[in-house]
Design a protein around this ligand. Sequence first.
Ligand code: IMP
Length: 213
Amino acid sequence: MRTIIFATGNEGKMKEIREILDGSGWQVLSQREAGIDCEVEENGTSFEENALLKAEGIRNWCLENGIPNFPELNLRELAVLADDSGLEVDALGGEPGIYSARYLGHDTSYREKNAHIMERLDGLPKQSRTARFVCVIAAAFFDGHSHLARGAVEGYIGWEERGENGFGYDPIFYLFENDRSTAELSPEEKNAVSHRGKALRRMRELLEEEYNK
Ligand code: IMP
């Protein structure tokens, strides 16, 4: 059975990836389920570089150590997937970008991060507040080749936090279509338009091509 190991401990992400890859012919394991005790430093300069660093770092760890909880898996039928994502605000030169999780420091709350972004955009009209969520997913295969898939969702930074769903920057990121923040969308509505959903659907196509090779 072809198997994907997804480099995350985040259950929300695992649920979304399982839903989108269901029926693709690939079974999905989280890094934790596979028993892989490896943390890769994300010191790249783009979403692509960071996603690839993570996927290849874990692939290389498995080449040395095997798959601890599934020693029977054949490495030639495995792919390691990793994602990197963030918010780009045009008026801030693309900040926070790849530093989204670390913006103003890891320990600063999203209430503070969001307030700070809105403060920096003070006085700007809607058309100057454009922003996007970006997600890049990398797949590293055991023969050394890899694939990248990028997804983005365009929107703007609002004037106040709104909505209780989602996480991170969702309460200040608004869609042009309906002027709702992505924290006001249900999980299903958000998956249908989100950067991660788009990148995952693109990756599914690439994996299906690999499967049929
Ligand atoms: P990671 O690549 O999953 O670690 O995500 C990086 C950071 O980007 C997160 O910690 C959030 O700050 C931000 N981010 C990525 N995707 C979203 C989203 O869908 N909503 C809100 N914030 C997001």
